[in-house]
Design a protein around this ligand. Structure first.
Ligand SMILES: NC(=O)c1ccc[n+]([C@@H]2O[C@H](COP(=O)([O-])OP(=O)(O)OC[C@H]3O[C@@H](n4cnc5c(N)ncnc54)[C@H](O)[C@@H]3O)[C@@H](O)[C@H]2O)c1
Length: 382
């Protein structure tokens, strides 16, 4: 199949920038797609990070510490950008103004004002495709759950819980990094860091929080600064957001949690939906398994456990019995973005990446959650 090559630049070559480069390197894993990204340029403020791209990514012909050089390169059609949150507003806006399609990392701005600035630039450049990174919906278990929601299997929703939990910050000796500082990660703390992952599918299903009562915790007050001293650890470690959402005019509780300190959870993303006709739960803790309970009144209530086949949005060479992992979800998400760049509303795949509107809704929620923490009251989002 002839493939349309999309020349990409990567801005921010750290943890996520390299994860993306590695996903592009195994594009042959995908079958029957008529597009392919090609990373031809990389930018990072730290030259050691771009050196990895020069050494490992075959088509890279330009590396730079100045992202404007990538934006001035007419061959680059799209950018993947993964930089600290305080840089999102400026760099994302410049990328869009330069006419490059953007797959940007969450949270799409350090706070609501930064997000508003990005949204304004997006509105002024309607031909530029802008999407926000969120890969967990591409796990086969999450994908299956999404299909069941679309098929309206659940009946009346009883309640929904979604979460994204990490645990490495339980170690008080873990040195501080930009994600624990307000200046670089933002006042949202763990919500800005992890929250888009949690709200993406609920928002996509139309379950927009109407109000929020938040419980935010700071657990480790300071951390080694890497220079022999200690530094204040300013950001919220954990957040529990109790919200109300609606489906078909009926309210239900929607509990969203983002935790940097969830003992034993390395990168656990989960979604649990209980309904009167059907209930279902998927967690990346057991990435092969999805649990579900179909119910008819009076019948026994038995949970079914399914080893869900390796099937996501785009066909792959993997046999259905093989296991799916984080890097597979990045590959699938990148395919969805490229699919939309090339095919727009006639996408081959069934699921578009998180939209700027969904990112903006997450900012509205996290801002209200900060207000709720301060006042101790429920804050309306209506
Ligand atoms: N989708 C996910 O699962 C996921 C996971 C982790 C992080 N993230 C997001 O990705 C983004 C980056 O996080 P990370 O973990 O990769 O961080 P990181 O610290 O590993 O990488 C960030 C890189 O940006 C570079 N940088 C800083 N200023 C720059 C500038 N002016 N120009 C160019 N490069 C610059 C840094 O040198 C660093 O290499 C954040 O928005 C974060 O929330 C997403």
């Amino acid at each position: 199949m002839a493939k349309r090559i999309i020349p990409f630049g990567v801005i921010g070559c750290g943890l996520m920038g390299r994860e993306f480069a590695s996903a592009a390197a195994r594009w042959c894993h995908l079958q029957n797609v008529d597009f392919e990204p090609r990373i031809i340029a990389a930018c990072d403020a730290n030259p050691q990070m771009t050196a990895w791209f020069s050494d490992n990514v075959p088509h890279v012909r330009r590396v730079s510490s100045d992202y404007q050089e990538l934006l001035a390169d007419p061959e680059i059609e799209a950018i993947y950008c993964a930089v600290p949150h305080n840089l999102h507003a400026q760099i994302y806006s410049d990328i869009i103004r330069a006419g490059k399609h953007l797959l940007g990392e969450k949270p799409f701005g350090i706070d609501a004002e930064a997000n508003r600035q990005i949204s304004e630039v997006i509105a002024a450049h309607p031909k530029v495709l802008v999407r926000c990174s969120s890969e967990f919906p591409f796990y086969p278990g999450a994908f299956r759950l999404r299909q069941w929601i679309e098929e309206k299997r659940f009946g009346r929703i009883i309640e929904v819980e979604a979460g994204f939990w990490h645990s490495s910050d339980l170690d008080p000796n873990k040195p501080i990094n930009w994600k624990r500082r307000v200046a670089t990660n933002g006042e949202y703390g763990c919500m800005g860091d992890l929250g888009m992952h949690v709200v993406h599918l609920p928002l996509r299903f139309g379950w927009k929080p109407q109000n929020v009562r938040s419980l935010l915790s700071k657990i480790v007050p300071e951390r080694p600064d890497g220079k022999g001293g200690m530094a204040a650890c300013e950001t919220w470690d954990n957040a529990i957001l109790a919200c109300q959402a609606q489906q078909d005019g009926q309210s239900f509780p929607l509990t969203l949690s983002t935790k940097r300190i969830a003992p034993g959870h390395a990168n656990t993303w989960f979604l649990r939906v209980w309904g009167t006709d059907f209930s279902c739960e998927f967690s990346t803790k057991n990435p092969k398994q999805i649990s579900f309970l179909p119910y008819t009144p009076g019948a026994e209530q038995a949970w079914h456990m399914l080893d869900v086949p390796y099937r996501s949005a785009y066909e792959t060479i993997s046999g259905p019995i093989f296991e799916f992992g984080f890097s597979d979800s990045i590959l699938q998400m990148w395919a969805a973005f490229c699919d939309e760049v090339v095919n727009r509303d006639a996408m081959q795949g069934p699921f578009r990446c998180a939209t700027p509107e969904e990112a903006a809704a997450s900012h509205q929620l996290f801002t209200a959650a900060l207000q709720s923490q301060q006042s101790g009251q429920t804050v309306s989002l209506a």
